[in-house]
Design a protein around this ligand. Structure first.
Ligand code: TYC
Length: 114
């Protein structure tokens, strides 16, 4: 729904003059929040089983879905693993990056506005 705001200027000291006004188109205030794609990037060193485990653990995917996405990343270079609000995407990226770093794997996880 578009809301219109009407700004009126009443010039009361000039009899006969009509009021002047500006009609402004205003954006709806119920825009949906932006969504962010979370992506995993391929590298030559992170073990396949580790990536599958990351997808199961942090993205709640089944073993079969995780294996499929891991293979897509391995073959294509990257894949979107989920789409989230900014805060959730940021948390997932931080969790994956921290987990990979703690296990000394160079796995990279990034986010991008949809
Ligand atoms: N390319 C890695 C290997 O052959 C596997 C891998 C898959 C690494 C997905 C990262 O996001 C990744 N061991």
């Amino acid at each position: 729904m578009i809301l219109r705001t009407l700004h009126m200027m009443a010039d009361t000291d000039k009899p006969g003059d009509s009021d002047t006004g500006v009609l402004t188109e205003t954006k709806p205030k119920t825009d949906k929040p932006p969504l962010y794609k979370v992506m995993l990037l391929n590298d030559d060193y992170t073990p396949m089983e580790f990536v599958v485990h990351v997808l199961e653990r942090f993205f709640g995917l089944s073993h079969a879905q995780s294996f499929e996405i891991m293979l897509t990343v391995h073959k294509k270079g990257l894949a979107v693993v989920g789409v989230f609000s900014f805060e959730v995407a940021e948390t997932k990226v931080a969790q994956v990056m921290d987990f990979a770093r703690r296990h000394q794997h160079p796995l990279q996880c990034t986010m991008e506005k949809e």
